[in-house]
Design a protein around this ligand. Sequence first.
Ligand code: NDP
Length: 308
Amino acid sequence: MQDTIWDTAIIGSGPAGLTAGVYTTRGAASTIILGGDVWGGQLMLTSTVDNFPGFPEGVMGPDLMEKMKKQTIRFGAQFVPQNVTKVDFFVRPFVLTVDGSQFTAHSVIIATGAETKWLGVPGEKELIGRGISSCAPCDAPFFKDKYVIVIGGGDSAMEEALVLTKYAEKVTIIHRKSEFKASKVMQEKVFANSKINVIWDSEVVEVKGKIKIEEIIIKNVKKEETKTVKLDGMFVAIGHDPSSQIFKGLIDLDEKGYVVPKEGSKTNIEGVFVSGDVHDHTYKQAITAAGYGCMAAMDCLNYLTELK
Ligand code: NDP
């Protein structure tokens, strides 16, 4: 695979990257997908997906990704489940470094997605995986009959809290404002659930625990008062950061690190295209990511045609 000059290298294997792969391979472009050592993106951390068209009964996130991967491979894409650690967009063909070896390609589709945002408060980092999580569908069963806290006010926080109520005895959402940002329908579900209560206008300022999380210190931002809350688990659901670090200095990024497309899916480097959550800070849905993957692949195929 390293000896081939690929028509297209796709970096990332969420809905954007895998959809791009379906289109580039069907467009007769030889395609390698550098999918990351944790492949599949955020849907791998989700339970039922009810809003992806074509699945009237819903579909489990990992099952959906497995189907997308199979579909891409069916048309001839090669899949490498490793991380790209470096890219060189100053040479042609482009060079991508993966775990010491190098892949070359005439075009690249960036589909690296976005990563969980953490609070960044003292004590948090040490306790991730020790009572601190960002994935209720993955970890909720560990908190059977326990007391857990969810941080955030968006749809993710609502969803995490609702999933947790299936196991936990009580769930508290802590939000830094006095109203949620989440969609009305999600808020209604949360307010209707007797296991969930909300602490408004409050931020976590410190996390404490020896082997696992034991308590957090929260501050009411209006009254400037702090208090300690004992808990068994904390789920952080405050959004995501785009996974664009390896493109810094090469690809135009905005102040938050999202790739800034020039026109359609084109980036500032000719032959490099972008799709999905790494550039989409608005919609962030699996279906929009898939749509962006399709757009990037079509732009990429046009580019390859002109190149040849
Ligand atoms: P959002 O950016 O929508 O919400 C993040 C929330 O976290 C906000 O309420 C924000 O507060 C809060 N927050 C951010 N930083 C901090 C911090 N440092 N400390 C405390 N709180 C913080 O992210 P989501 O992940 O919730 O959603 C992303 C997108 O995915 C949205 O478009 C959403 O609709 C979609 N989504 C849809 C789902 C569904 O339809 N089932 C499920 C999950 C997500 P503030 O309000 O002050 O900005």
